[in-house]
Design a protein around this ligand. Sequence first.
Ligand SMILES: *[C@@H]1O[C@H](CO)[C@@H](O)[C@H](O)[C@H]1NC(C)=O
Ligand SMILES: *[C@@H]1O[C@H](CO)[C@@H](O)[C@H](O)[C@H]1NC(C)=O
Ligand SMILES: *[C@@H]1O[C@H](CO)[C@@H](O)[C@H](O)[C@H]1NC(C)=O
Length: 389
Amino acid sequence: MAILRIFLFLFVIISSQGIFGEQCLNDQWPPKADRVVPTHVVNLDLPATERWKEISTIYKSEIIDLVDYIKKFVVEISPELQFLISLVDTKLPAMADTLPAPYGDEMKGISQATGVPLGEIVLYNIFYEIFTMCTSIVAQDKNGNVIHGRNLDFGLFLGWDMLNNTWTLSEKLRPLITQVNFTQNGQVIFKTTSFAGYIGVITGMRPGVFSISMNERYGLKGGYIGLIEWIFNINRKQSFVTFAMRDMLTTSETYDQAVKYLAEVKLTAPCYYILAGPKPGDGVIVTRSRNGSDDIKPLGKDNLWFLVETNYDNWKKPPFYDDRVTPCIKCMKTKGQNQVTFESLFNVFSSRPMLNKLTVYTALMEPATGRLESYWQYCRDEDAPCVPW
Ligand SMILES: *[C@@H]1O[C@H](CO)[C@@H](O)[C@H](O)[C@H]1NC(C)=O
Ligand SMILES: *[C@@H]1O[C@H](CO)[C@@H](O)[C@H](O)[C@H]1NC(C)=O
Ligand SMILES: *[C@@H]1O[C@H](CO)[C@@H](O)[C@H](O)[C@H]1NC(C)=O
């Protein structure tokens, strides 16, 4: 039934593509104060079970709400998640102990602080590995300064709210968005834009060293296979995509080291890693399969001063029903290399279809200075028709 609804919905959307215009706005900056995502601190000097206590307590009801939604509704349309949920009480709690330190203990701490059973916290943390659609941009100005931004689009196919014309999951996710300062000895070691109760990294920066964002890579076998191999102990010599990012933020001291690590580490799923660094030319898209990288595209390769990645291989034509790359490149070229600022990138990320109904936040990063800013995003049909994804 749900599947039928999705197909009907897809048909209507695809046959009406024409009504969704492309934009290249220039008046969205500065965002209003109520769009600014707050920052919380995770102190890495605390025992792993204690680190997330404060955040988990603040966001307890929102975490419970989302976990309940995943359990009740998301399973209806996703057979893979149905399978995972059947393991929630049996395999998933034990899975926490199979993860490398400190991840298992951190999840246990979140479970204690929220009262949500451990298996469900593990599910919640795996969940973010699976449904992330995005746009990432790295751009360099005429003086060689590099900035990096991303839209996080989340929740495709996970329940369309017919009354409000929104994706229910995206609505439930927004209240959980938070920036996190990870500190050690009172110093900020790295920062992320994340979701409360989620311990992996999707967007992050080591100030002065590098910034990173991850986009999902579809259309390739492997999305769930690695996860299943992990749960059933067939192969644990691989890293979860978003935990590998946190490992790298914790350990890599240079941009080159970070790129090398993410190009080589064995992964549970394919993905795109987008990195930027503090020096001119520091920017790269690493296209990953589980075993290694299929392609590494550095800044400047195609004679452009910027890189754009969505959810498709950058050397192929994107599918006609989801082409965010072409409008994004057009908009970047319109702005030009004289406008490589948080303001210009925010305007690009606030333009349709880079901004769509799945978009929950825009994050902007400048590796050289360590500046990270994140803003809640909403695509409202009142302003102009929104693409659902
Ligand atoms: C997070 O770190 C930045 C410096 O990188 C600092 O300006 C900011 O105040 C910190 N936020 C909190 C909540 O500690
Ligand atoms: C949908 O709209 C109704 C009425 O405007 C509101 O009460 C409800 O909270 C909305 N639901 C979501 C998920 O935003
Ligand atoms: C990864 O490499 C191993 C051995 O080199 C091979 O057995 C396996 O099939 C490869 N997996 C993928 C997904 O390419």
